[in-house]
Write a protein that binds this ligand. Structure first.
Ligand SMILES: [Zn+2]
Ligand SMILES: [Zn+2]
Length: 258
């Protein structure tokens, strides 16, 4: 049984055939999927899928790419929507200095608003960070000092040093299909040494289809391929890795246990 801690079931590429996508995931043993929001206009649809499907849960949040489009996003609006029984996390939010699709000050302000919502609700923050690990670490650490909040670094691609900081401040780390890519040696080294009790797996579908599906539209079923690769990389039985990452998923996203 696998838990896909991060997918976008309402994105183009998956939404058109969503029932088939879900059926293929279930057929490969995926028993839990977290449907991640990236802009306010999609919150209703993301939540509606989670209302309809007992093995799908939702988050509410604004992707750093979308920060410019949501200048007035505040903690209160996130907290309000997070009361919904199928909303189990806040995000994805964070910093993306690789694409810089939004102004960096806006990204940082939005990130802090999301952190405050995670602290207030005690629902995990789903963190997106790319080419921004210094600012991400500094903000997360500083905000931890104001009051703890649960968090996961999603689609981890940062340095080993950043992984150590994330673990030290209590974060979980989620590994995507990128780990299966040939040129991902540094990530493979880090993924091999992460503590099993802080590890999650994800697809980030429809993006990042793992080997042997590269070039195809990613879908939650493929989390099984990433899990198999990761288990071999870490020298663990697939069942061990699958059980631990599923257990971690439900331990972190506590509302999925209700
Ligand atoms: Zn992301
Ligand atoms: Zn995502």
């Amino acid at each position: 049984m696998f838990a896909d801690s991060h997918c976008h079931l309402n994105y183009k590429g998956l939404v058109e055939g969503q029932q088939d996508v879900l059926a293929r995931a279930r057929a490969r043993g995926v028993h839990a999927m977290l449907n991640i929001a990236t802009r306010e206009s999609e919150w209703d649809a993301v939540i509606a899928t989670a209302e309809r499907e007992s093995d799908v849960w939702a988050t509410v949040g604004i992707h750093p790419h979308e920060a410019d489009q949501h200048p007035d996003i505040g903690t209160a609006r996130l907290v309000e929507r997070a009361q919904h029984p199928r909303v189990v996390g806040i995000g994805e939010s964070g910093l993306d200095y690789f694409y810089d699709h939004s102004d960096r000050d806006r990204q940082r302000a939005s990130f802090r608003a999301h952190i405050a919502a995670a602290r207030e609700t005690q629902l995990p923050l789903v963190v997106h960070t790319r080419d921004a690990e210094d600012d991400t670490a500094e903000i997360m650490r500083e905000e931890m000092g104001k009051g703890a909040y649960p968090a996961v670094i999603h689609c981890f691609t940062a340095s080993g040093a950043f992984a150590d900081i994330a673990l030290e401040i209590g974060c979980y780390i989620s590994i995507s299909g990128i780990v299966t890519f040939k040129n991902a040696k540094d990530l493979q080294e880090t993924a091999a040494r992460l503590p099993l009790d802080r590890l999650l797996i994800e697809t980030d579908a429809p993006f990042l289809a793992p080997v042997p599906h590269r070039g195809k539209t990613g879908e939650p079923a493929f989390v099984a391929d990433t899990a198999a690769f990761l288990a071999q990389l870490r020298g663990e039985a697939l069942e061990t890795l699958a059980a631990a990452t599923a257990e971690n998923f439900h331990a972190l996203f506590t509302k999925t246990r209700l």
